[in-house]
Design a protein around this ligand. Structure first.
Ligand SMILES: [Zn+2]
Length: 656
């Protein structure tokens, strides 16, 4: 640490002799700052002092340095003077004293001695004074960075260390239970051969031996791939496994182990190395904390996820999902928040690589995870751990299985046998109380039907629904299907459509002729036509009523022009077609009394479309002629008079 108080005394010093205002450097255009130097012993430390003057100020006789930089040992500091004469300390290196990127090149030493003093101070005979200074300061920065990195690494090591050694039987476990098993044989005669199982190492003879065939080992029960000994050399497997250990404050450590396996002369060669470490613990407030670390290629440990070059392709070394070593769990989990975590049961069921952190987290966040695994609902447990947004699928404050699943007690064995996921459970929850609900769910799963069933069940029973769909689907398929009935779901959706339309048309939904038409497709198309016709008829009626309310109140004629009312929707459509604008689309709005459409015609040819008028809220909002053109001055005058004299009519402002 430099002694600022001592340094400050020297900052006021000016090396003699003073710079004369006429000195050539002060007027050199490429020089903005002049640097003078001195070496002093300050507090018994050899200290280099750089006085940096602004040429602009020196010319006016102001010889106060803008910056005074002190360099001693592995430290440097600068006293900067502000415009108002006050001063402050700065820690920047020389080239960063000013914001100017070319600052150093705009500085010049006052004399050769000033520069030599710098070179001698740094024992640097090879570079100029500025370069020697810059190199020395950069070396100091590098050293400080190294120190910081070492400190950070030490902290990381301190956080991830303290774990026991990996289990002694890890390699044996990998070979016997995880790494793919092979049956190595010499040569097969009539399909039978003697050979060895790589998982358990036992020798025995097998029938039906052929290259790449599979068989179950009679000794250890693993599924083996058969390989003639000549092919062994090219076998290579790699995989990830995980070991859970206890970490210091009541948390768990998950050690990600990478495994390479090959064979040399039939003997398995397994290389095992740890490349990531994950920590999970529960804080006192119940929140869950993860810390993840990975080992870099040069053997250092860093915090975070392993960076990958291309995030969308598989990267074996960054993959933290693996097979789980469960043999130590009964010793590791007690006295931690995971004491009752059903991991061993769950993994024993799936036997696939898995991510451990989400599962460990789910155990703390979903108190019923343990129950579901114990009872045998593995897919629901998976959904809880690995999929977000559980909605209100489960009642997690209950203790009985059927209450948790929100179903009837007698349905529990049925759903467990199906190992339902949450989509299926949700469907089944909707069938509460229905007869034949189990058969219906099986039928649905068998036919890949996910939608529309519950709506159909509003009209027909599950039994009749399934019977009808099976029969219709078979007929439709025989008929060639024509793409529309590619699968059962399409047929079911069509049936729902049909029933919806029947209800809309006011049909008798208790009539089995209506509910189960002989030809679903034909009945559907017919109903669709009726719905459309009904909608048109309704619009016509409404339109007539809307027009009737205003007819006779809006007539007006002046200056050879006159206002007419359309009598039918067809007239509006014809007007739009004749004038090439979009009034044809306004029929519905007129029928709903949202607006009024009127025709402006010339008296000499009353039948020829001229301008179209839209009135909304008792006001003319649009007057459009051919191809949407605007009103002419004559038309505007006419409309203004019509608005003033007729439109104020009470009937009209009530009507629209
Ligand atoms: Zn075996």
């Amino acid at each position: 640490m430099l002694d600022k108080k001592a340094l400050r005394k020297y900052a006021a010093d000016n090396p003699a002799p003073a710079i004369p205002p006429g000195h050539g450097l002060l007027h050199a255009p490429q020089v903005d700052y002049i640097v003078r130097t001195a070496v002093k012993s300050i507090n018994r430390r050899r200290t280099l002092i750089l006085y940096i003057y602004s040429c602009g100020k020196a010319v006016t006789g102001n010889l106060t340095p803008v910056w005074t930089m002190f360099q001693a040992g592995s430290d440097y500091i600068t006293l900067a003077r502000r415009e108002d004469g006050s001063a402050c300390w700065r820690k920047a290196v020389f080239k960063n004293l000013d914001r100017d990127y070319f600052f150093t090149s705009k500085c010049a030493f006052y004399s050769a001695q000033d520069e030599q003093r710098v070179c001698r101070f740094f024992y640097d005979g090879e570079h100029g004074g500025m370069a020697a200074l810059a190199r020395a300061q950069q070396a100091i920065l590098d050293k400080r960075l190294q120190k910081r990195l070492r400190k950070r690494e030490k902290e990381v090591l301190a956080r991830i260390s303290g774990l026991p050694a990996l289990p002694k039987d890890l390699e044996r476990w990998l070979r016997r239970e995880v790494i793919p098993a092979y049956f190595f044989y010499d040569h097969a005669r009539k399909g039978s051969a003697a050979g060895i199982c790589t998982a358990c190492g036992r020798e025995f003879a097998l029938e039906g031996v052929k290259h790449n065939g599979t068989a179950i080992c009679p000794c250890c029960g693993r599924t083996m791939t058969m390989k003639p000994r000549g092919r062994i050399g090219s076998l290579f497997d790699r995989l990830t496994c995980q070991v859970i250990q206890r970490s210091r404050p009541g948390g768990l450590a998950v050690r990600i182990i990478k495994v390479h396996s090959s064979f040399q002369d039939g003997i398995p060669q397994i290389s095992v190395w740890e490349n990531a470490r994950q920590f999970i613990r529960q804080n006192a407030d119940g929140s869950i904390q993860y810390d993840v670390y990975y080992e870099t290629w040069d053997g250092r440990w860093k915090q975070g996820e392993r960076p990958v070059f291309f995030p969308y392709s598989y990267n074996f070394y960054a993959d933290t999902s693996g097979y789980v070593y469960t043999r130590n769990l009964s010793a590791v989990l007690p006295d931690t928040p995971w004491q009752y975590c059903p991991l061993a049961t769950y993994y024993g069921h799936i036997r696939q690589p898995m991510h451990l952190l989400p599962f460990l987290r789910a155990h703390l966040e979903h108190p019923r995870l343990e129950h579901l695994v114990k009872v045998g609902f593995f897919r629901l447990a998976y959904d809880l751990a690995y999929r977000d947004d559980h909605g209100h699928m489960l009642d997690e404050i209950q203790n009985r299985t059927h209450r948790i699943l929100k179903i009837a007690a007698e349905d529990v064995p049925f759903l467990r046998e199906l190992d339902v996921n949450r989509e299926t459970l949700k469907i089944f929850q909707g069938y509460a109380g229905l007869k034949d609900r189990q058969r219906l769910l099986r039928w649905q799963l068998g036919n890949n039907v996910e939608r529309d069933v519950i709506q159909i069940l509003g009209h027909v029973t599950p039994h009749k629904f399934m019977r009808y769909m099976d029969q219709q689907y078979a007929a439709l398929r025989q008929d060639g299907g024509r793409g529309r009935y590619g699968d059962m779901q399409h047929a079911v959706s069509e049936y729902r459509d049909y029933l919806d339309m029947c209800a809309q048309l006011g049909y008798d939904m208790g009539n089995s002729f209506i509910l189960f038409p002989k030809d679903l497709r034909e009945a559907h198309n017919q109903a669709a036509r009726r719905v459309k016709a009904k909608a048109d008829a309704q619009t016509r009626r409404d339109f007539k009523a809307a027009m009737g309310a205003i007819s006779g109140h809006l007539d007006f004629e002046q200056g050879g022009m006159r206002i007419l009312l359309p009598a039918t929707p067809d007239e509006i459509i014809a007007e739009g077609q004749a004038l090439h604008h979009c009034v044809g689309g306004y029929v519905d709005r007129v029928a709903k009394k949202e607006c009024i459409i009127l025709f402006l015609r010339q008296c000499e040819d009353v039948d020829k479309p001229f301008f179209t008028v839209e009135v909304r809220g008792g006001k003319v909002v649009q007057v459009r002629g051919m191809r949407n053109c605007d009103a002419t001055p004559e038309v505007k005058t006419f409309m203004a008079q019509w608005e003033g004299r007729v439109l104020r009519d009470k009937v009209l402002s009530n009507a629209a």
